[in-house]
Design a protein around this ligand. Structure first.
Ligand code: BYC
Ligand code: FE
Ligand code: FE
Length: 472
């Protein structure tokens, strides 16, 4: 065990790697200080820390200062005699080191994955100042430190398996910045501002859920260290999505309560979030997350699949797919043309982004269903929906064209006229911003959100999830 860097990869017997990681550590901490959560660094946060990957060592809860969080390297237990189970190399042994012929592609996948982790921390860095409760504040920081750990996980792969290039990439990951005009983060959604908590809850619902599917696809990889690393990351992702889904759910619940109890049912006057506004936020973050799957028709995705770098969702699970080569078959899509649409049959391997996205969309639909149960329980007929996958896209076949949320192509003028009823308007953003007032009393919640049904780790209602050491 190396003291500085908790790990289960026997770091102390790998001096070169240890030195590289220990050299990177101060830069990481500097980044965390400059670009991580603003304020709160000396406060005591009730966090779950991974000490090891077995069930005991993994769910340890304690008060920690964020900079003392045990960022480290944890890989899931390797599977014995694992074989490549899809693509051209199917049946062969999985790789413990990087084959030269896929080095470039693998490095790019790992760097892209890695880049999203610090990006999300940057996007969320000011939210602590307006947390609606200590419970939410603690959840934000739990998500932030774990995204920091996900960066460590990817940096480990880069340094262990990609030599000097890997070390350079690791440095660059701390140099790009979310939203920076000169050196932005790689993927679009990670350059969008997250300036309020409704955006945070939508992001953790929809964008962290892209994380779940992308990590799931990488967990199938023939490059075994990547598969093991991402498999362990997935266990943390579940909590991030929980924070998002219950967060939006609690906003909906609060709005329903206000619709029934506020004078004249005026939700805004009572400091709540109108349902249409929640729907507009859903539209925005869901569609931005669809863009993260890349184009529906993608030669990159065919290359990744053929080489065994990235599989489909549950590729290795029995009974899901009969054919793991995907050399035959196609996926029919409607492609926009000058004067309408035409059908295109995308060869299956080139449609891998789309197949992964279908699994994601199905999962999102279940989330919507669970949110709609809140309305059903309250005896209300209102419902939340997911917009069409053509709406508001900036990647893929339907990018930058005026589709309405039902997926119908309309004129640009009509789109512009209706835009603010479909996506958050400046007025919406200003209104939500006006609600963002910190509520730091244990057991108390801001006006626009209902309390959670249960505490973290079974804690009582007025548990002090954050102990302030000094004024923030
Ligand atoms: N923004 O063939 P195409 C997470 C680029 S989230 C900007 O359509 P491909 C997390 C693309 O790079 C999970 N650029 O796409 C969540 C390509 O560029 P080049 C993150 C985009 O390569 C919350 C060109 O467009 N993990 O973990 O098949 C908090 C055409 O490419 C975008 C991964 O993404 C975009 N949205 O697929 C914290 C997994 N989409 O080659 C963390 C690794 C496409 O022309 N990444 N482009 O320069 C991948 O598997 C693939 O890179 C993508 C794109 C699925 C993202
Ligand atoms: Fe992550
Ligand atoms: Fe996450």
């Amino acid at each position: 065990m190396s003291d500085k860097i908790p790990n289960n990869v026997d770091l102390s017997s790998n001096r070169k790697l240890q030195r590289a990681l220990e050299g990177w550590l101060p830069n990481y901490l500097e980044w965390w200080n400059d670009m991580g959560p603003e304020g709160f660094q000396q406060d005591l946060i009730y966090l779950r820390t991974a000490v090891s990957v077995d069930t005991d060592g993994w769910a340890k809860f304690d008060y920690v200062k964020m900079p003392d969080y045990r960022w480290g390297i944890f890989l899931a237990e390797p599977e014995k005699d694992r074989k490549i189970h899809f693509g051209d190399n199917m049946g062969g042994d999985v790789w413990q080191s990087v084959p030269g012929e896929v080095r470039k592609e693998l490095r790019r996948l790992i760097v892209t994955q890695a880049d999203t982790e610090p990006a999300s921390v940057e996007q969320q860095r000011l939210l602590g100042k307006t947390a609606p409760s200590l419970y939410d504040l603690r959840n934000l920081f739990q998500v932030n430190v774990e995204e920091g750990r996900h960066l460590w996980a990817m940096v480990y792969l880069l340094m262990q398996h990609f030599g000097r290039d890997g070390r350079e990439e690791a440095e660059d990951l701390l140099k790009r910045t979310s939203g920076n005009a000169d050196s932005p983060r790689i993927l679009d959604a990670f350059n969008k501002p997250i300036d309020d908590w409704l955006a945070f809850f939508c992001f953790t619902t929809f964008t962290d859920r892209d994380g779940k599917y992308q990590l799931g696809a990488l967990a199938e990889s023939a490059f075994d260290p990547l598969a093991q690393t991402t498999r362990f990351m997935l266990t943390e992702e579940a909590h991030h999505m929980f924070v998002g889904e219950t967060g939006v759910g609690r906003v909906i619940q609060r709005t329903i309560d206000l619709m029934k109890t506020a004078p004249e049912g005026d939700v805004k006057a009572a400091g709540g979030v109108p349902l249409e506004l929640i729907q507009r936020y859903i539209n925005e973050w869901y569609t931005a997350s669809l863009d993260l799957f890349g184009s529906e028709d993608s030669s990159n995705s065919a290359t990744f699949f053929a080489a065994g770098l990235k599989g489909r969702w549950n590729e290795g699970k029995e009974g899901v797919y009969d054919d793991h080569k995907a050399l035959t078959g196609s996926y029919r899509v409607e492609v926009p043309t000058e004067d309408g649409f035409e059908d295109r049959d995308i060869p299956l391997r080139r449609a891998m982004n789309l197949l992964l996205r279908d699994s994601y969309v199905e999962d999102c639909q279940k989330v919507i269903k669970r949110w709609n149960r809140i309305f059903e329980k309250a005896g209300m007929s209102e419902r939340m929906t997911l917009p069409s996958d053509r709406f508001n896209r900036i990647q893929g076949l339907y990018a930058n064209m005026p589709y309405n949320p039902e997926g119908k192509l309309i004129s640009q003028a009509e789109f512009d006229g209706q835009r603010d009823s479909w996506l958050p308007s400046q007025e919406d953003l200003d209104y939500i911003q006006s609600l963002m007032v910190a509520c730091y009393e244990p057991g108390e919640y801001a006006s626009w959100i209902a309390p959670p049904r249960k505490g973290i780790n079974g804690r009582e209602e007025n548990f002090e999830y954050v102990k302030f050491v000094r004024n923030n």
